[in-house]
Design a protein around this ligand. Structure first.
Ligand code: TXA
Ligand code: MG
Length: 320
């Protein structure tokens, strides 16, 4: 665990306009006091993210919901009680506490209580909200270890808190409850089935909303290498085809795939939650080895498999 002095230092920095990278259960976040506009602007600058893309505000507990959201429908209460702290973000009508700097000028705010002892300790000591996007440069693969953050952002942040590897591994599921029709804006670390069970209704995925959800840009989460998607039974054929073009090919997928012996495989298990946990780390490892192209074996389309398929599809999209 993290030394208490480091937590104190993080909170001190955050109270004075600092930017601190910290672990959550999903991915590492690049955090600033959500009520400090200059600090929030630094987060955008460090990430290289357009200022109109809103940030998630992380809060210490469900009892803070009313301070940030002016209207908290029954559905929001139910989901918050069932899944917070956890990999769920709720989009709700904002109060004045959620400034334009954080929301990109929208009338809604995205809120979440992260389930990581370090993030929760910092939030509780601070007693306020932390605006925190994933701690990577805009459009790149999100970090799931402190080392990833160091590689990406190193000297640009005031402090990096190391809370070990993230246990969920993909970003939170974003549920929009700001209108009468709930919708999933980003599939993520909480399965859609779980959201639907608690709400007792179907909740459609609407990743092409008017709101600027940067994770919903087609080309996002992109490593340097090209990414080609394949269902398990197509992997071998894709590999052979790409090698035939003279490319250096690596595979992201589970053991048991039939592959030529000299093709490196980066282990991404079949089981969706296991795949989510290691996905970003494997993409980075594979990328570091300088392959031209990675053939990614897609997990089953249920549970966290939906989020893994979503991130892989974006990594495979044409680069803008
Ligand atoms: O798991 C996560 O959610 C991580 C950790 C650090 O908490 N955070 C994260 O932040 O993924 P970021 O900024 O990379 O993605 C947040 C997403 C963005 O796509 C943003 O556009 C969307 O949340 N978002 C924020 N406020 C919103 C709003 N008012 N309406 C709709 N989408 C919003
Ligand atoms: Mg991100």
């Amino acid at each position: 665990m993290i030394a208490p002095e480091s937590l104190e230092r993080a909170v001190e920095l955050l109270r004075h306009g600092g930017v601190v990278a910290l672990p959550t259960e999903t991915v590492y976040g690049l955090s600033a006091n959500a009520e400090d506009e200059l600090a929030v602007r630094r987060v955008f600058a460090i990430k290289g993210r357009p200022a109109t893309h809103p940030l998630i505000v992380h809060i210490p507990g469900v009892e803070h919901l009313g301070a940030w959201a002016r209207d908290v429908p029954e559905a929001a209460r139910k989901l918050a009680e069932a899944f917070w702290p956890g990999p769920l973000t709720l989009v709700l009508p904002r109060t004045a506490r959620a400034t334009d700097a954080v929301t990109g000028g929208q009338d809604t705010v995205a809120l979440r209580v992260p389930n990581h002892p370090v993030a929760l300790a910092v939030l509780q000591k601070l007693g306020g909200g932390l605006a925190a996007p994933s701690a990577n440069r805009f459009g790149k693969v999100s970090p799931t270890t402190a080392e990833h953050v160091r590689e990406d952002l190193g000297g640009d942040v005031d402090l990096i808190l190391d809370g070990g590897p993230c246990t969920v591994g993909v970003e939170s599921t974003i549920v929009d409850l700001s209108s009468d029709e709930p919708a999933i804006l980003r599939p993520g670390g909480l399965a859609a089935e779980d959201v639907e069970r608690v709400l007792g209704r179907k909740v459609p995925v609407r990743t092409t909303s008017k709101v600027r959800v940067s994770g919903s840009l087609e080309s996002h989460y992109a490593p340097r290498a090209g990414v080609v998607l394949a269902e398990p039974q197509q992997v071998l054929a894709r590999v052979q085809e790409l090698r035939g073009q003279g490319l250096r090919v690596g595979v992201l997928g589970p053991e048991g795939l039939a592959l030529p012996p000299d093709v490196p495989r980066f282990d991404v298990p079949d089981e969706p939650a296991g795949a989510a946990r290691v996905l970003y780390a494997r993409l980075r490892e594979a990328d570091a080895q300088g392959h031209d192209v990675l053939v990614a074996c897609l997990p089953a389309e249920s549970g966290l498999g939906i989020a893994v398929r979503d991130r892989l599809s974006r990594a495979a999209a044409p680069r803008g």
